[in-house]
Design a protein around this ligand. Structure first.
Ligand code: AMP
Length: 112
């Protein structure tokens, strides 16, 4: 599994404003934007603004409060999108489908 954080990944560039995104939500700790290639009627990505390679890296390096807040924010975003139902996915490692090595959560939703 990749452990070294590479600053050249696309999500770090989005966080730093070098590449645009279709923003859904932002605060001091996270950014949420629409996936460029949606795999559900509503498909957004939630990323922390700190450098974590993967779900594994995020959980290992973050305290309880930070992990809890991240997931609570994901739930609030899903509620605000007013979805009928949704799926949460984190691909961890390339064999599991992770392509961008900055930790992110997929929120894949279905409309009412
Ligand atoms: P993963 O396969 O879990 O690493 O997910 C990476 C996701 O990032 C894919 O669903 C891509 O469609 C999405 N993606 C790649 N580039 C961009 C971009 N510039 N803006 C928004 N989403 C992107």
């Amino acid at each position: 599994m990749q452990n070294e954080y590479d600053d050249n990944n696309i999500f770090w560039k989005i966080i730093n404003g070098e590449i645009p995104c279709n923003k859904v939500y932002e605060d001091d700790e996270v950014l949420c934007f629409h996936d460029i290639n949606p795999k559900a009627p509503v498909h957004v990505l939630l990323v922390p603004k700190e450098k974590y390679v993967s779900f594994d890296d995020f959980v290992k390096k973050s305290g309880m409060e930070k992990v809890y807040k991240f997931f609570r924010t994901a739930a609030e975003i899903a509620q605000n999108l007013d979805l009928k139902s949704y799926r949460i996915v984190a691909n961890c490692g390339s064999e599991a489908g992770q392509v961008v090595f900055h930790y992110h959560l997929h929120i894949m939703g279905y409309l009412k």
